[in-house]
Structures are given as structure tokens and as C-alpha cells.
Ligand binder design. Sequence first.
Ligand code: SAH
Ligand code: SF4
Ligand code: F3S
Length: 444
Amino acid sequence: MAEPKKLFIKTYGCQMNVYDSERMAEAMGGAGYVETQTPDDADMILLNTCHIREKAAEKVYSELGRFRELKDAKPDLKIGVAGCVAQAEGEEIMRRQPLVDLVVGPQSYHRLPQMEAKTRDGAKALDTDFPEDDKFDTLRKRAKAKRGPTAFLTVQEGCDKFCAFCVVPYTRGAEVSRPADRILEEARELVDRGVREITLLGQNVNAYHGAGPAGDMTLAQLIWELDKIDGLARIRFTTSHPNDMADDLIEAHGTCDKLMPYLHLPVQSGSDHILKRMNRSHTAESYLRLIERIRAARPDILMSGDFIVGFPEETEEDFQATMDLIEEVNYGYAYSFKYSTRPGTPAAERSQVDEDVKSERLQRLQALITQQQRAAQEAMVGRTVNVLFEKPGRQDGQMVGKSEYLHAVHVTDSTIQSGDIVPVKIVESGANSLSGEILRQAAE
Ligand code: SAH
Ligand code: SF4
Ligand code: F3S
């Protein structure tokens, strides 16, 4: 039998890209490829790219340049670009980097095997369509192999919100929800393969409205269906928009035991003027009231958010309003970025904030966030949390997993296996993780 060909995929950007990379690997598995962890021995290299900020997009071109030697040594090597840069800059990629054989957008990667076949004759292949056929359906799962205890599952894609800074509505297209039965079937298959925690993904996941047996379902209704799956222990979802935080979803945070007490709810800014200019259609006040309601349903929930500093026209006063909002919310995690101009988005045309000012504000904001993050971690010391163990740690006999609150937790215990969920008493808070001791179940 012929040796299988080797596929190396490098993934950038959000979790949806991680999910898509897994699907691409499965699709190419059907075409005789197995995954490899290094580009050096690959027969095909795929970069699954992100277009969200300028730096992310530029990285792709510098990475591609590095494959020249590999391609010189192995002329049959196929180099492909997938993901959001592929969608946004398809033909330009081919022009700028002749090493590239194929370009495939996030909605058409189920056609990857046919595209690869085409490139075998030395032709180039480009597909950035938004096809009628559903890539999820076409990619009937071939892989049945055992997998780790946590998995992503895309339930919704695209976005209709058109925030003035953001490329997602252009790269991922209009908001679409997958039908509930397909999602539930995929979830059951994941659980059969050893998965215990599923994170539902979507650019606007809480706007989910996929077809169910009796009309469209909400995300909360989908979560309750997942809750019935034996063996599935934990459910998470990301990323949510404040305007789509429906009452039933807030309520589920208080009543569904499998739904973890962690919520990523980006606000971007604490200034109403800037929020309006961002086209966010919520105010700082409405966001704060929303968090009050969520905390009323689930008092221990850990909040996380995204922030953009230096959006066009942002004054020191606007920035201060963001700092005030952060003080008020008290985040367990947060991701923050300097505003990056994205061609084709409305904010790109406006008067820009000085780069130095952006950097200085980002530093101040990150200092505050780090302080809150540390405090949230330190507050865990002395508490008992349930940890889903995922893999061995760096030190001998160590295992690492995540608490309900998504904190990384280390223990040293040789009896723990990947997939175990065990109560752990937290004894120490380090820079980025907690460590603890297993609590043995007391005999009744
Ligand atoms: N759908 C999610 C997030 C999508 S992108 C949401 O609506 O919140 C992830 C994060 O990248 C955003 O929350 C935002 O903080 C950041 N981001 C998006 N466009 C950006 C830009 N042009 N410059 C800097 N940060 C940006
Ligand atoms: Fe981008 Fe806004 Fe849509 Fe989020 S809601 S993906 S930030 S346009
Ligand atoms: Fe990036 Fe596309 Fe995700 S732009 S953040 S990979 S949706």
C-alpha cells in the first residue's frame, strides 16, 4: 500500500478556525492524507488564517515566504491558504505569493479534496464561494478515533451586526445557524469518542436560531437538549453579543448544572459615544445592567470580555469610561487589542488615534485587567473546584485540567487520567494557573 501523504495545518485566529482545521484534516483524511506536526516532512501545508487585525493578516505572508526552501526541495509540495485571509484577499494571495497552489475560503473547504486533485497537474485552485451545499453536511464525519476530553462544535457562523471595526461579516458572511438535530448528532458522536466538555461556537453564538423539531430553537433550548446527553458533563459557548443575551439563556446559567459558570461577553468600550460610533447598539449602562441580571442568576459566574483601545476619535475621557466599566464589572479574564485599521470597514475611513497613544492606553488597560485576573485566581485559593483533567503537565506525575471557571489547575497525582472530573482543593495561585490537591471522596 502507498504511504499516506502528510498534511501540516497551522491555525491562526479564533476557535472557529480550530474547529475548521479539524474538519479540513478529516476531509483530507478521505483523500489519503494523515496529519503531521511539522511542515518539514509535509506533502501539503495549509495555513488556516485570520484577518481580524492587520498583524494577523501580514503574518500569513511572512510565514508563506518561509516555505520556499521546502518547496524547492520538494516540488510536489502543495501549499494552501484557508480561512479569513483567503476569503478577504483570495486572488491577491496568489499574486503576491506564487508559492501558493490553492486558496480556500471558510465556507467552501469541504471541496478541498477536489481542489487538491486539481493542483496535482500543476494548476492553481481558488474557491472563496458561499456555496448552497452545506459544508457540515458534506463532511459526514469519517473520523471515529478517540479524542481528548474537550471539543469545539460550531453551531452558528457569520455575523449581521457590522460593528464598524470588524471584518467578520465580510469574511464569514451572513449569520447562519445549523439545524439542531445535526448538532446533537455531532455532540453524541463526540461523547462516544471520549469528549466530556463541548464548547458551542459561533461568531454570534447566542443569536443561534437553528431549526428544531418544532420551529426554530434558541441557544438555551439547544443547551437543554445537550444537557440530556449522558456522558457529556460540561457545556460552554462562545462568543456572545450583549444584545442577544436572551432571558432563557440567562436563566439557564442559574438552572442548568452542565452549563459552566463562565461567560465571554465582549463590550469593546465603556464610552457610549464610542459604542455608538462602533455601531454596537448597546450602551455601557445596558451592558452593566445585563451583567447584574446574569450575576443574579449565577452569582459566582466568571465574566470575560474583549476591549478595543484607540478606536477612531477615542479621547482620554472615552478611554477613562472604559477603565471605569472594567472597575465596575471586575473581569476574570479579558482580551484587549489596539484598534487595527481594516480596509473596507467604515471605521477605516475615520480620523485615527496616534499609535503611541493607543500603546499607552493599552498598557494601562492591561495592567488593570491583569490585576483583576490575578485577584480572581487568588480568590480560588482555599476553595474546592471541580477539575476536568486534560493532559499531563510539564513536571513528572503532574496533570493539568480546567476548573468550572476555566482556570488551568495542576495537581501531582498518579491516579488521575485524562477525562476525569475530580474535586480539587486549590492551595496556590501562580502566574497563569492554580495548583491544588485532590480531595478523596470521604467514605459514606
Ligand atoms: N464576535 C465576537 C468577536 C469577534 S472578533 C464579538 O462580537 O464580540 C474578536 C475580537 O477581536 C473582538 O471582540 C474585538 O475586540 C477584536 N477586534 C475585532 N476587530 C478588530 C480591529 N479592527 N482592531 C482591533 N481589534 C479588533
Ligand atoms: Fe465582528 Fe461585531 Fe459581528 Fe462580533 S458582532 S463578529 S465584533 S461585527
Ligand atoms: Fe479571525 Fe476569521 Fe476568526 S478573522 S477571529 S479567524 S472569524
